[in-house]
Design a protein around this ligand. Structure first.
Ligand code: ADP
Length: 252
């Protein structure tokens, strides 16, 4: 199998703020979402975000297996993030690895405050995040899709969780880092918000930033999350809108 050697672009962002994919510093990649497409899951969502393709499926509230994991006063929330072997430029070895264990944990923790787990004592809610194609920012794409799949499953929630990454490339703070920026940029901050209260449920930082850059990054993440939240809400409404139109059509 040929080894794919990636080359660092000579310029990650121009003096005028043009990025390697032609975006400006504040631009998001296109986001498209569809809910309820897996009939065997209780809830599901499919999300396209730039080159990312993510499927989230929710099963539950359901019986807990193994039984000894049952919590008497609330639901057990489990989450599995998995990258398909064909999701990366070079075939990824199938199965769990350190990264997928970490991402499963952070996605679970980002969703946790949004769910009324105490309303489903003694049950399990299982969330599966499958990355079909990866293009930087899969954890935030996973959180965003998983939250919608939970809502689609009819699980009682405080509100939706919306996640987005921001990064630093030289002196620029950029929204929604692309693959080049993720790989060769100076810092990457995935952030998730419980949108009702704009409470942060996930924040990671993997590079140096000044306080000023950090504050700006959080502000930009919040603004970007507002835009993605609109796409999420529209995706949740769409199936009902289709039913409403069908009823109207039949009534004619
Ligand atoms: P995130 O996807 O949340 O940004 P990382 O920062 O760990 O998480 O990964 C950045 C990007 O690197 C991923 O979105 C993916 O495009 C790529 N990547 C991650 N793991 C692998 C892998 N095993 N093989 C090839 N590319 C990978």
């Amino acid at each position: 199998m040929p080894l794919i050697v990636e080359k660092k672009p000579e310029v990650l962002i121009t003096e005028d703020g043009i990025r390697t994919d032609g975006r400006g510093p504040l631009d998001l990649r296109p986001v498209k979402i569809q809910v309820g497409l897996l009939s065997r899951a209780d809830g599901s969502a499919y999300l396209e975000w730039g080159g990312n393709r993510v499927l989230a499926a929710v099963f539950g509230p359901r019986e807990v297996h193994p039984k000894h994991m049952t919590l008497p006063d609330r639901a057990l929330l489990r989450c599995r993030y998995n990258m398909a072997p064909f999701s990366t430029p070079e075939r990824k070895r199938p199965g769990p690895d350190r990264r997928s264990v970490e991402l499963s944990k952070v996605i679970r923790e980002a969703l946790l405050p949004s769910i009324f787990l105490e309303r489903y004592p003694g049950t399990a809610i299982d969330v599966f995040v499958e990355i079909l194609r990866s293009d930087a920012g899969t954890r935030v794409a996973g959180v965003t899709a998983a939250s919608l799949a939970l809502a689609d499953a009819g699980i009682e929630m405080r509100g939706l969780v919306t996640a987005v990454a921001v990064g630093r490339v030289g002196d620029w703070v950029v929204v929604d880092p692309n693959h080049d920026e993720d790989q060769w940029g100076d810092a990457d901050i995935p952030v998730a918000f419980l949108m009702e209260e704009k409470e942060i449920t996930l924040l990671q930082l993997d590079g140096p930033m000044t306080q000023e850059q950090f504050d700006k990054a959080l502000e930009l993440a919040s603004q970007a999350a507002d835009l993605i939240y609109e796409v999420q809400k529209e995706a949740l409404r769409r199936p009902y809108e289709a039913v409403r139109l069908e009823i109207l059509r039949r009534g004619e």
